[in-house]
Structure formats: structure tokens, C-alpha cells
Design a protein around this ligand. Structure first.
Ligand SMILES: Cc1cc2nc3c(=O)[nH]c(=O)nc-3n(C[C@H](O)[C@H](O)[C@H](O)COP(=O)(O)OP(=O)(O)OC[C@H]3O[C@@H](n4cnc5c(N)ncnc54)[C@H](O)[C@@H]3O)c2cc1C
Length: 353
């Protein structure tokens, strides 16, 4: 179904009232010829294209001048073998619903990733992660269609080049790759993973089940994170920064309580939320936007915020943390302007002009 001049307010969790010139609801692979024909016209007019899931990791900085393809493909197939479950899941399925359905069916493994908003097709893009596990831990394959040619491809997990909040799907060469399906492999014999953050409390129990972890994750996340249906937000706004050992040691001399996580390559990961909190930015307001009072890593649309309010607040946070700690924060949320993906540095110039 094709719409013109449509509001995207319901399709992004910040609830920014941006519009798109053209919107295509991609519900069935049978629509592919129609989509490819539409893309031909859009490209001939030199207009941009954006693939959209549930809009929970996106900030629309202004109206979009091109075509938004909203991925709504549905279907889940479960194949059971002696040792594993293989799940073939269409890209438009809701991620949390998938996790919940698995837990209810006694298929364990995804419990640490409960309550992450968004659809399944977006999960490989930034290799979603929480509570010590990541999408890549379960990924068997990702299927995508090349929007230039209509050809289908399958990548196995190593080919997806997964890293912290990153994958091949974020690279320039893959801008035309629309993920249609993912295959997840969930071994029947797998240790639950509860030695991370607040989940450690569960370790006191004799045998921690996947169901217990699922419920704890849901409870902790509901207490800690604002519900986008009630308070617009896109989860963690910034990535946790990684610094070299010398810089981490210098900071630890000044701030001995600073959380720090040594990485395999010798660098040290810091907690962006802690840095923002120490910079006294919790609760900071700018226009209708604010830094969340309970979780400093989350910027919220508190009261009819415009994209400009959120952009200026993000820049204030970035600059204040840099001044205080000499640490650069990179945004995890993807910025989209009228022509496609951009970044904070570019849009702040535009907002200030
Ligand atoms: C309250 C809250 C909590 C969150 N917690 C976490 C967390 O714990 N861990 C975490 O990793 N993330 C977290 N996020 C971020 C977000 O949920 C994930 O990034 C999620 O995978 C985004 O899914 P989406 O469908 O909303 O994608 P969108 O925001 O619609 O898109 C994200 C990116 O993926 C691309 N994309 C989407 N679908 C496809 C497709 N089919 N093919 C190709 N590209 C596609 C888009 O072009 C865009 O670049 C949180 C967000 C919120 C609001």
C-alpha cells in the first residue's frame, strides 16, 4: 500500500511529527515487483529511500523528502532438531513478542533480550544487546533483498561482521539491503546467563531458569527505562565510549568509582550514563526535551518536543561530557534528515543556522 505526504509520528518512538513524501507498507514478498517499480521512479527523481522498522532507534530531524519502506513482513517458522531449535522469522515480526512466545513454548536463549523495542529485521542492524548477550550469539543467517536488483542473498553470522552495536548492515555498501528474514539457532542445552548487572541477584537462587531471567529482565527494564508509549524516547541515546588504558587510568585517578570494563583489545569501555550523570545532566531540560531523571543515557520527549529540542539537548550532553572528561560520546540513535542518514555534527549546524 502506497501513501503520500504521510505523518511518521506513529512510526517513531520519539513521537516526532515528521512527514514523508511517500510511504510504502511492505507486508508481503509478493509486493516486491511493485516496490521495485516504485523505487525506480523515486530514484529517477533523485529522492532518498529509508527502510523503517518500528522507529525505536531513529530520530527524524525534519520531514523526509523520499520513500519510507515500512517493513511489515510477518511469519515465524520453528524447526526442531535433536539438539537445537531453528527459528526462521520474518523481518516485520515484533522482537519482544518473539522472545515472549519462545519462553512460553519452553524455547530458551533469548530471555536476556526481552523488552527491547522494535522488529526482528532491525535486530541484526545494530546487533541488539542487553544483559550480557547480543543478537549475534543466536544468529545463524540473515536474508536480505538488494533493492537495486531484486536479488535475494543470505549471510551467515561471520559474514554479518557483528560488533558492539554494529554490523555490515550499517556500512555504506549495504544501504540497499532490506532484511527480509533472520534465522536464529537456539541450542536445547544452554547455560542461562545471569551474571550481569542487576541479574546477579538471581544467582542466589539454586538453578536460574530462562523464565526467571525473562521476568527479571522485564521487571528491571520496566522500572529503569521509560515506556515509549507513555514518554517518547529511543532508548540509550549514546553508545558506551571506549578509551585507551592510559586515558582510563587518568580518569580513574580522578574518579576511583568510575565504572570501567576492560576489552579484549586492551581498551576500556566506560558507561556513558555514568558520565552524563556525573556531569550533573540528569533531569536537564531543553524546550520539550529532557535527560531522563532515572536513566541519564535516555533523552525523552517530555512535552511536545521538536526534533530541534532533542538535537540541541544531545549536543549539550555531548559537549558537557567532553569538557568534563575529555571523552567523546557517539550517538547510538540514527539521525535522519530530509535526504537520509546524517549525524549530530551536521544537524547541529543546521539547527543553529
Ligand atoms: C525504550 C528503549 C529501549 C531500548 N533498549 C535497547 C537495548 O537494550 N539494546 C539495544 O541494542 N537497543 C535498544 N533499543 C534500541 C532499539 O530498540 C533497537 O535498535 C531496535 O533493534 C530497533 O528496531 P526498530 O524496528 O525500531 O528499528 P528502526 O528504528 O526502525 O530502524 C533502525 C535501523 O535499522 C534499519 N532497519 C530497520 N529494519 C530494517 C530491515 N528490515 N532491513 C534493513 N534495515 C533495517 C533502519 O533503516 C535504521 O537504520 C531501545 C530502544 C528503546 C526505545
Amino acid at each position: 500500500m502506497i501513501e503520500t505526504n504521510s505523518s511518521l509520528k506513529a512510526f517513531n518512538t520519539f513521537s516526532i511529527d515528521a512527514r514523508t513524501k511517500t510511504l510504502f507498507h511492505f507486508k508481503d514478498l509478493k509486493q516486491l515487483p511493485e516496490l521495485l517499480a516504485l523505487l525506480k521512479t523515486v530514484r529517477a527523481e533523485k529522492r532518498p529511500v529509508l527502510i523503517l522498522g518500528a522507529g525505536s532507534n531513529i530520530l527524524f530531524c525534519e520531514d523526509f523528502s523520499g520513500l519510507v519502506i515500512k517493513v511489515e513482513l510477518s511469519g515465524v517458522e520453528i524447526i526442531e532438531s535433536q539438539d537445537n531449535y531453528l527459528l526462521q522469522v520474518a523481518a516485520g515480526e515484533n522482537w519482544h513478542q518473539l522472545v515472549t512466545d519462545c519462553i512460553e513454548k519452553g524455547i530458551d536463549g533469548l530471555e536476556n533480550l526481552a523488552l527491547i523495542p522494535g522488529v526482528v529485521g532491525a535486530a541484526p542492524v545494530q546487533n541488539i544487546g542487553a544483559y550480557g548477550t547480543e543478537f549475534k550469539d543466536f544468529c545463524q543467517a540473515v536474508e536480505y533483498v538488494d533493492l537495486n536488483t531484486g536479488e535475494f542473498f543470505n549471510l551467515n553470522a561471520p559474514q554479518c561482521l557483528f560488533a558492539y552495536r554494529d554490523s555490515i548492515f550499517k556500512s555504506k555498501g549495504m544501504q540497499n539491503a532490506l532484511i527480509t528474514k533472520v534465522t536464529l539457532k537456539l541450542p536445547k542445552k544452554r547455560q542461562t546467563h545471569s551474571r550481569y548487572g542487576l541479574l546477579q541477584k538471581l544467582d542466589a537462587a539454586e538453578k536460574v531458569t530462562a523464565k526467571q531471567i525473562y521476568h527479571s529482565v522485564c521487571q528491571i527494564r520496566s522500572e529503569k527505562l521509560p515506556d515509549p508509549d507513555l514518554l517518547g524516547n529511543a532508548g540509550s541515546f549514546f553508545k558506551n565510549p571506549v578509551v585507551n588504558k592510559q586515558q582510563a587510568d587518568d580518569l580513574l585517578d580522578l574518579y576511583p568509582d568510575m565504572p570501567n570494563y576492560p576489552q579484549a583489545d586492551g581498551n576500556i569501555k566506560l558507561a556513558a550514563g555514568w558520565l552524563i550523570e556525573q556531569a550533573n545532566l540528569k533531569g536537564k531540560k531543553l524546550g520539550g526535551a529532557a535527560v531522563h531523571q532515572q536513566q541519564a543515557l535516555v533523552l525523552i520527549n517530555q512535552k511536545n518536543a521538536t526534533a530541534a529540542d532533542i538535537i540541541q539537548l544531545a549536543e549539550l550532553v555531548r559537549a558537557t561530557v567532553e569538557d568534563k572528561f575529555n571523552v567523546s560520546l557517539e550517538h547510538e540513535v540514527r539521525f535522519i534528515d530530509s535526504k537520509g542518514e546524517t549525524n549530530l555534527k551536521q544537524v547541529i549546524k543546521h539547527v543553529r543556522a
